[in-house]
Design a protein around this ligand. Structure first.
Ligand code: GUN
Length: 280
């Protein structure tokens, strides 16, 4: 059987086209979905992500307001901006790009964003809603992974899923979402013993470690579905994932490439959350 490449770039484009039509309808009702994008400092990767998010907004017809703050910005100044944006009825979504400079406490900032404008799904209220199965914003990368697998008709119910990584942004929320799909979920991390052995049991393997080519063929059961969340830049400038793609490819029944897999889906789901925020 040949391996299915789950094309996140194309799937994200389909979703953006669907959203474009929805936004046109909202505009007929005089609602202009608006996202405030806040970037503090000059982290290069963050600058690229923010540029891509603003470009997606433009394509769909979402108005984006851009706040690019100096790396010396204090926590108080950032909190003041968030409170202003919270109180503006013409702003539907607020995105503070992470990571933040070290003088700013990330937890305090995420807590300050109005949960009904938290299109990243990082506020503890939204995290809690996800874990108890209530409606709320779901963080974009995990939501994008589920959406991609659904659009490729990958069955999740009853499957053994192994998630490598326990971050608040990916590992924990993707585990909750897989559970919601009735999968059996194992979360592995840097202290897990016999990691390769754990992963060999996976029908669906989600790699969110942040180490280039970390997952070798010794981690992969024949026929497994592999989702690669990593975006690592090699010394030669090339992007690669957390999975050694070439050597795992033949073993997998389906796999996401890097670039062009999970990354574009993250942005598509952010756009979906913005449209949802404006609709409510
Ligand atoms: N930094 C890395 N990923 C993300 C994300 O999805 N949202 C935000 N705001 N910052 C990030």
């Amino acid at each position: 059987m040949s391996t299915i490449i789950m094309n996140g770039k194309k799937t994200a484009q389909d979703i953006k086209d669907e959203l474009k039509a929805e936004v046109a309808l909202l505009k007929e009702k005089s609602i202009e979905p608006t996202l405030a994008v806040v970037l503090v400092g000059e982290n290069q990767a963050s600058q690229v992500y923010v540029k891509n998010k603003k470009r997606a907004c433009e394509y769909i017809g979402i108005r984006s307001l851009s706040y690019e703050l100096d790396c010396t910005t204090s926590e108080e100044e950032l909190l003041k901006l968030i409170h202003d944006l919270n109180s503006r009825s013409d702003v539907h979504g607020i995105l503070v790009q992470l990571p933040l400079p070290k003088q700013i406490n990330e937890g305090n900032i995420l807590l300050a964003i109005d949960p009904s404008k938290d299109v990243d799904g990082f506020h503890p209220i939204n995290v809690g809603n996800l874990s108890v199965g209530r409606e709320g914003f779901v963080s974009c990368t995990p939501a994008g992974i589920i959406e991609l697998m659904k659009r490729y008709s990958i069955p999740m119910e009853g499957k053994k899923c192994v998630v490598i990584g326990r971050s608040n942004i990916v590992g924990k929320p993707i585990s909750m979402l897989l559970l919601r799909e009735n999968a059996t979920v194992t979360i592995c991390h840097s202290r897990t013993k016999d990691l390769a052995l754990e992963c060999q049991g996976a029908d669906i393997l989600i790699a969110a470690i942040g180490k280039a080519n970390f997952v070798s063929k010794d981690f992969v059961k024949k026929g497994a579905v592999i989702v690669d969340v990593g975006i690592n830049r090699l010394e030669n400038g090339k992007l690669c994932g957390d999975v050694a793609y070439d050597e795992c490819f033949d073993l997998a029944s389906a796999i996401t490439p890097v670039p062009g897999g999970v990354g574009p889906m993250t942005i598509a789901m952010l756009m979906k959350n913005c449209v949802l925020a404006a609709t409510k």
